[in-house]
Design a protein. Structure first.
Length: 504
């Protein structure tokens, strides 16, 4: 069934507390989506942000981001005072996230709330028990990092890095209180997220999550499951992830993530991956798996290399992993992020899996060839975007993309005025045969370059953009709803007579 949604990171929601949260603004955004006739809210990864404040370099593949916890809700539950709540306000620039300020201030406020939690609360014990397979290691990992001044895993003393029993027992005794803190913070996050997701589902909104294919080299996942990765006897990566040189990058991209030992995963029936996706299914209704092509084959770069120029391709698990996922989680919707280099083998894997791939309009207008990203070439089983979090906004693209591409785009879209360009791109996405259409919130608002979420391979000024209060107006919701009805993407149950006619 044809449908549509909006891409908006949780961090980009408005609030007076320095970053978007899963509080009132998130509930209001769900209401906005329903009023706009949308059926999906796509978010970025929900985990704790690590190096470069990136949600794709998280300290855990299972934990939720403590910054997303709604402080007013904690105050309403009697866990924070009004004075503590007021101290968390940050009005310096309500449209930018200051991660440094959050790091300095937020955890002390959460600690005050944790201190007031009843340790005998049954819900708390249930949460700890249900999530023990990852929560204990995550909490101890974070407590050790805290004790060591946020030092990365690779720089820890051997006993802790290698999880030697004597060092681990001493750390658990020494850091017992801080382990309790990190576990309880996760209880806050999961309890609040569950409330938000239930509300969204009741309103007919499904949440699309985002699953990075790799884990961070500084993560509880690598620390607690080292046998599942390509590491040497000191538990340091032998090869790391990235992508090879191409037309956009002469040196390729050196991501630095540890690579999986797929033979070990296969021997365990892909249990860790199934556990990870099971947790994702608890948080979201669908999951976009980032860098899906890495399941067919992945690019391995020698550890210590300065660039990605001298890597080599190795075979991934392919359909064997997909079948295991389908057998264990038959109801989990998956979107395959299949952007980039698509070899015949990758195309075969996507086709055999039956999963929808992605099409991005900003990639479509190479005047030298008939691109797969042009709407007239789409299969129905696909998800179309004007751009993603890694692209600039469409409003900015028309001024910064190569002139030949912009000229072709204007010709293809029938656009003469710059003021018409973004709406024409959105209409091209909505009118395509793609079953699902996702538009970044910035494009619906016609925002320029300052609203870009991320510029790949750069540090600084990424992941910081936020909505301003008052930007999500009823008039905007109605404009999006009319567009959605025009192209037959309105939920059947919410179509009025006039909308039903237009949709036909």
């Amino acid at each position: 069934m044809r449908s549509s949604g909006i891409l908006l990171p949780v961090s980009s929601l408005p609030s007076p507390y320095g970053i978007g949260s899963i509080g009132s603004a998130a509930f209001a955004f769900v209401d906005f989506l329903q009023a706009a006739g949308q059926q999906y809210w796509q978010v970025l990864p929900l985990g704790p942000t690590g190096y470069g404040d990136s949600p794709y370099q998280s300290f855990s593949a299972f934990a939720g981001n403590p910054y997303f916890i709604d402080l007013p809700q904690l105050a309403a539950e009697g866990l924070l005072t009004e004075a503590e709540l007021a101290s968390a306000r940050d009005l310096r620039d309500p449209q930018r996230v200051d991660y440094g300020a959050l790091f300095e201030r937020r955890f002390a406020i959460l600690a005050a709330a944790v201190d007031r939690v009843d340790p005998e609360m049954p819900e708390l014990a249930d949460f700890f028990a249900e999530n023990a397979d990852w929560l204990e290691d995550y909490a101890l990992f974070m407590a050790i990092k805290e004790e060591r001044g946020q030092q990365s895993l690779q720089r820890w003393p051997r006993g802790l890095r290698m999880r030697e029993e004597r060092a681990m027992q001493a750390a658990r005794r020494r850091l017992q209180k801080r382990v309790w803190f990190w576990k309880t913070v996760q209880f806050f996050f999961y309890s609040q997220w569950k409330r938000l997701k239930n509300y969204a589902n009741q309103k007919g909104i499904r949440i699309i999550g985002d699953l990075p294919i790799y884990v961070s080299p500084d993560s509880a996942d690598l620390w607690a499951n080292s046998a599942l990765f390509q590491l040497d006897e000191r538990r340091r990566p032998t090869e790391v992830a990235g992508v090879p040189p191409d037309a956009f990058s002469a040196d390729g991209q050196l991501w630095g993530n540890p690579l999986y030992d797929w033979k070990k995963h296969r021997a365990q029936g892909y249990a860790w991956w199934l556990q990870r996706l099971r947790q994702a299914a608890n948080l979201c209704d669908l999951v976009r798996i980032d860098h899906f092509r890495g399941f067919e084959s992945y690019y391995a770069i020698p550890a210590g290399a300065k660039t990605a120029a001298k890597g080599r391709w190795r075979k991934g698990p392919g359909m064997e992993l997909i079948r295991a996922i389908r057998k264990e989680l038959p109801d989990l919707g998956i979107i395959a992020e299949d952007l980039g280099l698509l070899t015949p083998a990758v195309r075969r894997l996507l086709a055999e899996s039956g999963l929808p791939g992605m099409k991005v309009l900003q990639f479509a207008f190479d005047p030298r060839g008939n691109s797969d990203y042009l709407p007239h070439n789409y299969p129905r089983n696909t998800v179309v975007y004007t751009g993603t979090h890694d692209n600039t906004t469409t409003e900015d693209w028309q001024y910064t993309a190569p002139l030949a591409e912009v000229s072709f785009a204007r010709q293809y879209l029938g656009v003469k005025q710059a003021s018409e360009f973004t709406d024409a791109m959105i209409r091209a996405a909505f009118s395509s045969v793609a079953e699902l259409c996702i538009i970044p919130m910035q494009d619906h608002l016609h925002l320029g370059a300052p609203a870009r979420i991320n510029t790949p391979s750069t540090l600084g000024n990424n992941w910081v953009w936020r909505l301003a209060e008052g930007q999500l107006t009823p008039q905007l919701a109605q404009r999006i709803r009319r567009l959605t009805a025009t192209y037959g993407r309105l939920p059947q149950r919410s179509r009025g007579r006039g909308e039903k006619k237009r949709a036909q």
